[in-house]
Design a protein around this ligand. Structure first.
Ligand SMILES: [Mg+2]
Ligand SMILES: [Zn+2]
Length: 180
């Protein structure tokens, strides 16, 4: 049997989007996110995060900084009995034309292999056009959240998403009440 996963954007979806966040103490997880993740996990969803971190390619910070932020995030999750299965990130600048920068689907393809996912049963949640295109490009369902940059999304992006939710917390409820 293949697995299902909720594949989430990081900034503006799980926690506040602070432009090029480089301080692990600056993480501000949105209210309700931890219980929502816990509920999804208990219903068999893998929890996967994928984030574009071009601040590395631009020389603003190194891999170690991103790693520290992710370690802090996963440790907060762990303290709340939530196990994040994996966080993928793309360190490249847009002009490097890599295969992993969202909306290209390499990060999701890696997760597919690593966790034996059925992508048609996976849901991608994010606050930007690139997240919705990312999910669509991989053949997953997509939810646009109204946190982060969500409210600035164009009518086309809103239409392209399978569903629109106020926040990740609401998205998690939608995911659990719809047979996907
Ligand atoms: Mg985002
Ligand atoms: Zn990349």
């Amino acid at each position: 049997m293949k697995n299902k996963a909720v594949i989430m954007d990081r900034d503006g979806t799980l926690f506040r989007d602070s432009n090029y966040l480089s301080n692990p103490d600056g993480i501000r997880i949105y209210k309700g996110v931890l219980p929502a993740l816990k509920a999804l996990k208990s219903r068999g969803w893998k929890l996967i995060v994928g984030t574009n971190q071009s601040g590395i390619g631009r020389g603003y910070f190194g891999h170690d900084t991103v790693q520290k932020i992710h370690d802090r995030f996963t440790s907060i999750c762990r303290k709340n009995s939530v196990k994040i299965d994996k966080i993928y990130y793309c360190p490249h600048r847009p002009d490097e034309n890599c295969e992993c920068r969202k909306p290209r689907s390499k990060m999701i393809r890696q997760a597919e292999k690593e966790f034996n996912l059925d992508l048609s049963k996976c849901v991608v949640v994010g606050d930007k056009k690139c997240d919705i295109d990312w999910g669509r490009n991989a053949g997953a369902k997509t939810v646009l959240v109204m946190t982060g940059y969500g409210r600035k999304a164009s009518p086309e992006t809103r239409k392209r998403a399978h569903h629109i939710s106020k926040s990740l917390t609401h998205a998690a409820k939608w995911i659990q009440t719809h047979e996907l």
